[in-house]
Design a protein around this ligand. Structure first.
Ligand code: NAD
Ligand code: ZN
Length: 364
């Protein structure tokens, strides 16, 4: 199956299905990448040993020259140090303006390699080869970034890929905890915009966690389509695209305060979604929004309670550094009901502080 992301001259296809990594060479030829310019494959220490061969040999078969850079796996690798190291590989490897960067891995590799592609010679082509459940989200939409020790995704760009090749076979080797983390982002797409999808997800939670091929394929395709729909309406987040940040204002703070990788991204935004539901209730919305939200998250074995050691002060401080904080007030994406959210500006710090306290008790 192929979905299309319609963004004028930045449009691109998302190929999704089994057996696609061995087709990467052919797809790069068809995309018009010139054989004279080397391609840079960025991957990580877990994914490389499993899937690099498939990609590298299919590119070699088509006559491409490749350079490979492998980073240690994990969120801590989305750093300025690795950004510089990959730049060094790109320069010594002779990449030119017609070269492309191929990101083979999860959201960490995709965000980092994408930012390299956005910056190298002021921007070269880039291809996403996502290998995690979560990366169905991160590989689409063109947001690329690295972390600063004080704030998540603080240094970045908008840089759309030339194509996304999502080989669902690669998911088979994912550790369970990573599957659940990725499903958090699938649940998020439903909670923000699609009530029927949430019902379907909840019904099929067990099969999805077990990666039943028919179910996971359908879920990821639908979730990608939701993301594409939002991104094509508002590529640069002047308005509606912000709803994709449901659970992320608090989730990003949890990631930064806990140390990158302590909670996986999906786990952190799961707690963040529980927090936004509590905040919605605090601001007068129906209490069912909280109970419904945590029921869905728990069906996927996702965390909904904040550990005690996360201090209100540190989390608020981290949110201040986030892009959503202005003049002591914060913007949150708040659920109205399952499958519907609104963007609420000007929320007082004190309300957020109280909700963080409640979130540690798991209820209010
Ligand atoms: P990840 O890239 O760290 O991958 C998770 C772990 O699984 C890593 O240890 C990796 O080595 C391993 N792995 C990857 N594929 C595997 C496979 N097929 N088999 C076995 N192991 C495999 O993390 P992620 O969850 O994919 O992505 C999280 C990142 O994505 C976060 O940094 C988050 O901020 C970012 N993100 C970005 C966007 C965006 O729009 N750009 C959206 C959502 C999330
Ligand atoms: Zn996310």
């Amino acid at each position: 199956r192929t979905l299309k992301v319609d963004l004028g001259d930045r449009s691109y296809p998302i190929h999704i299905g089994p057996g696609l990594l061995p087709e990467v060479g052919r797809l790069c030829r068809e995309a018009g990448f010139p054989l004279q310019s080397p391609l840079l494959i960025v991957t990580d220490s877990e994914v490389g040993p499993l899937y690099l061969d498939r990609v590298a040999s299919s590119l070699a078969d088509e006559g491409f020259r490749t350079v490979v850079h492998t980073i240690p796996s994990g969120e801590a690798s989305k750093s300025l140090e690795n950004f510089e190291a990959i730049m060094t590989t790109a320069i010594t490897g002779g990449l030119d303006r017609s070269s492309a960067v191929l990101a083979l891995g999860g959201g960490v590799v995709g965000d980092l390699a994408g930012f390299v592609a956005a910056s190298y010679m002021r921007g070269i082509a880039f291809v996403q080869l996502p290998t995690t459940v979560l990366a169905h989200d991160s590989s689409v939409g063109g947001k690329v970034a690295i972390n600063h020790p004080l704030a998540k995704n603080m240094i970045g760009a908008f840089h759309q890929p030339k194509m996304v090749v999502y080989d669902l076979d690669a998911l088979k080797t994912l550790p369970k905890r990573q599957i659940l983390s990725g499903l958090a982002e699938v649940v998020k797409q439903g909670l923000m915009i699609d009530p029927e999808f949430v019902t379907w997800l909840e019904e099929h939670a067990e099969g999805l966690v077990a990666l039943r091929p028919d179910l996971i394929g359908e879920a990821l395709e639908h979730s990608c389509a939701i993301k594409v729909g939002v991104v094509t309406q508002d590529e640069r987040e002047f308005g509606i695209r912000a709803i994709l940040n449901l659970g992320h204002t608090l989730g990003h703070a949890i990631e930064a305060v806990g140390g990158y990788g302590t909670f996986l991204h999906g786990e952190a935004i799961s707690i963040g979604m529980a927090g936004s539901a509590l905040l919605a209730v605090k601001l007068g919305r129906d209490r069912a929004i909280y109970t419904d939200t945590i029921r869905v998250l728990k069906a996927f074995g996702l965390p909904t309670v904040l550990p005690d050691r996360y201090s209100e002060d540190e989390l608020i401080e981290a949110m201040m550094h986030d892009k959503k904080f202005k003049q002591g007030k914060v913007t949150f994406i708040l659920p109205e009901s399952i499958g519907s959210v609104s963007i609420v500006e000007g929320i007082e710090e004190s309300a957020v502080r109280e909700v963080i306290g409640q979130l540690k008790k798991g209820d209010s």
